[in-house]
Design a protein around this ligand. Structure first.
Ligand code: AMO
Length: 430
């Protein structure tokens, strides 16, 4: 008999199911075993007198053992799990589980030590169902808007972007680095005439940050496109793409999110256009409204607290969860952002008080780009990259989206939980 997923079982059918044992009550005359697979849970009811041959297996079963059961699915209004139970003919034990070392409410670091067990719950499985829907929706949207999916190298010969925060590797007789982002390569694709590209791939950051939102390896959803008029075209594309993705997640998993994570995380499909505000105006507003201020020298970029207050501000002024922030100080932004009158032509996007994206129009003019790199003392490090702009390159822009950050914000969890296996400064296992 073919195995059937628990979520597809209808009463009155003969079934074969396999899964983990979620719960077991082994009484004198009866045994009740709850089995869980990726689609749901079901109760298997053993009347011992009628099936003495099953008792040996029932006695050996421990929590989280993996079993295969064949039997008849029958309707029973007294059974909580969907009003269906299985009356088994056979119970096969595929794998006996030792006593579990963690519980769903154990400390997060213990849970991460045993991540494969931690991930078995319906609540945690949902994280990755959502992530699958997110990437599928983003990918489908981009493909339908003529983007090419490309794959850039992650082992690179020169420190990327800022020169800081990169992991250095031994590479035969020399050194290599792990890519801090696909930035240079997505721009190389513009110089190659690809016009529109995206990539969903690992990104590495050698940052010793111990926060809810920083990882040393995460998944970046990056894109770049040519022939933009200015960075407003980039923001417009991003808000349209995100709105589509969020509506897909809401449609497929909105109810599950509320059921498992609470009403607070009900998915709100945003309206477009998203609100936009300059960093200076944000500091002005949050000082006036919430009494928050920082020294003048720090006002060129948002502090973590200012990001949080930006959410409050956006809610209050626009009833919106998002806010595009513009007009950062050039000293705080990468050299590859185009500048107009000294102002970087880029943005960050804040969702629910956390930065999820940085983007900009790029400097595609060779001389200006070299001057910006020189100003940051990066001329030698990025020489291979500035070469991309010597032989013709369209005006272009793009952005990078942190997939793990998006996931954590959907559910109000930390990045440790949003990643399948978290990588941080003191976490390399499992
Ligand atoms: P940035 O460095 O801002 O920009 O990164 C883009 C997005 O990636 C996410 N992110 C992180 N997620 C988890 N852990 C981290 N340590 C971490 N650092 C960043 C955030 C962030 O907004 N090349 C540019 C993008 C571009 O301009 O196209 C870049 O890498 O969500």
């Amino acid at each position: 008999m073919e195995r059937i997923h628990i979520g597809k079982i209808t009463p009155g059918t003969e079934v074969r199911i396999s899964g983990f044992v979620e719960n077991i009550r082994n009484k004198r005359t009866m045994a009740f075993i709850v089995i869980r697979d990726i689609t749901g849970k079901i109760q298997v009811t053993v009347v011992k007198e009628e099936h003495p041959e099953l008792c040996e297996a029932v006695d050996r079963i421990t929590l989280d053992s993996v079993v295969t059961v064949e039997g008849t699915a029958v309707a029973n209004d007294y059974v909580k799990l969907g009003g269906i139970e299985i009356i088994p003919r056979t119970i096969e034990i595929e794998s006996v589980a030792d006593a579990l070392p963690i519980k769903p409410d154990s400390a997060i670091d213990s849970r991460l030590d045993f991540r494969w067990i931690d991930l078995r719950t319906e609540k945690n499985t949902l994280i990755f169902k959502i992530q699958t829907e997110m990437t599928a929706a983003l990918r489908e949207w981009l493909l339908s808007h003529d983007f090419l999916e490309f794959h850039s190298p992650k082992i690179i010969g020169a420190a990327s972007e800022s020169g800081a925060d990169v992991f250095r590797l031994d590479y035969f007789d020399g050194n290599a680095y792990l890519a801090q982002s696909p930035q240079f390569y997505k721009q190389m694709a513009m110089a190659a005439g690809f016009e529109r590209v995206f990539e969903c791939a690992p990104v590495f950051r050698a940052e010793k940050s111990f926060t809810r939102k920083h990882a040393t390896e995460f998944t970046g959803f990056d894109l770049e496109f040519s022939y933009i008029r200015d960075f407003h075209d980039v923001m417009a594309l991003e808000e349209e793409m995100l709105t589509y993705m969020i509506s897909r997640v809401e449609k497929k998993y909105g109810d599950d999110i509320v059921r498992l994570y609470g009403e607070e995380y009900r998915v709100i499909v945003p309206t477009t256009p998203f609100p936009v505000m300059s960093v200076a105006e944000i500091y002005k507003q949050i000082e006036e409204r919430y009494g928050y201020t920082v020294p003048e020298s720090e006002k060129g970029d948002l502090t973590t607290d200012a990001e949080h207050l930006t959410y409050r501000l956006s809610k209050e002024l626009y009833g919106h969860e998002f806010m595009f922030v513009t007009d950062f100080d050039a000293a705080k932004r990468p050299f590859y952002h185009m500048r107009k009158d000294g102002v970087p032509q880029g943005f960050d996007l804040i969702w629910k008080g956390t930065e999820i994206t940085s983007g900009s129009q790029r400097e595609h003019r060779y001389a200006e780009l070299c001057a910006n790199a020189a100003e940051k003392g990066l001329s030698e490090d990025v020489k291979f990259y500035t070469e991309f702009f010597r032989y013709g390159c369209p005006p272009h822009g793009g952005f990078g989206l942190g997939l793990d950050r998006l996931t954590m914000l959907f559910l109000g969890i930390s990045i440790k939980e949003a990643e399948f296996v978290f990588r941080g400064p003191d976490r390399l296992n499992p």
